[in-house]
Write a protein that binds this ligand. Structure first.
Ligand SMILES: [Zn+2]
Length: 116
């Protein structure tokens, strides 16, 4: 690695002290320890993002669909109002949750008009 391949970032002193201690405990340089830690964390996050669905179906009734939004970590309730889907989480008729409902095979059984 050359100087051109290295950047400097600011780390809070308290965190720096912990990292120094952990690097020492693991008998590696601080640079190596921090780089490996960050790389492992980023790989873990990428793996999670790939394998955990962003939105999951919880239940589908005649007049409502319950979804779990794993990104917002919230439950989205989509109701049918005047024949149109309305997401009560976003208070919108056009959001990612509505889009998800339109992709469900159960959509045919819902009393929704003007399916796009
Ligand atoms: Zn929504």
């Amino acid at each position: 690695m050359t100087r051109a391949d290295i950047v400097t970032v600011d780390i809070e002193r308290k965190l720096h002290e912990k990292l120094v201690k952990e690097a020492k405990d693991n008998d590696v340089s601080l640079r190596k320890y921090v780089n490996e830690l960050l790389l492992a964390e980023m790989q873990k996050n990428e793996l999670l993002a790939k394998h955990i669905p962003k939105i999951e179906k919880i239940s589908v009734d005649d007049d409502r669909v319950i979804l779990k939004d794993n990104i917002k970590n919230r439950i989205a309730e989509i109701i049918i109002q005047k024949g149109e889907l309305l997401c009560q989480l976003c208070n919108q008729k056009d959001c990612v949750h509505i889009g998800f409902v339109f992709s469900l095979p159960e959509l045919a059984g819902l009393k929704v008009q003007n399916l796009h």
